[in-house]
Design a protein. Sequence first.
Length: 236
Amino acid sequence: MKGREEASLIVENFRLEGRRSLTEHESKGILKAYGVPTTREGLAVNLEVAMGLAEEIGFPLVLKVCSPDIVHKSDIGGVIVGLKTSSEVKEAYGRIIASVSKQKPRARILGVLVQEMVPPGQEVIVGATRDAQFGPVVMFGLGGVFVEVLRDVSFRLAPLTRGEALEMMRETRGFRLLEGFRESKPADLEALADVIMKVGRIITELPEITEIDINPLFVYDKGLVAVDARVILSQP
């Protein structure tokens, strides 16, 4: 219940603001309340805070613009990866603010997200939505070409059991990559099943949420981490 109560407070705060689209950082706050592992990060409202967060989190780092009005951050120069020094962070911060201000002058910029750069893992997507006919539905798929071109995804009604979460994975054509392919190690399927189940709980227990998207979720042979996320709320 603690996770539900904490996430409900987060949701209520943004509904009072009249907002529907949560930023990546805000969306991860809901995921963390339910125990979904996320990247270590902090929101910098100015350069001084960004520099402090960089030293606290450690290198390498990723900087991302934080705005409820911007979905595709990379398309407008709002993401810079692989930062290894304080001077690189300083330069990247200025570049992001300048690029976003030029290309999206009316967007509300809440700050810049200073985020640890995690090792690449098997990239998957976990999401949920509210279907007009069936109600809360959870989606799973492998990342990259599997979801963008092949539409290799599976669905289940929420909430769902561990067995159903594991079945969702096996239904995808790319499941062989999760099992371990050639020299790659098998992915942590139990940890992945946990996340799928937790996303099912979120969309079921918080009726104010209409859409959840964890993309990408990096899965390793032991553990996983949500690298980016997006939550959409219903109309106030």
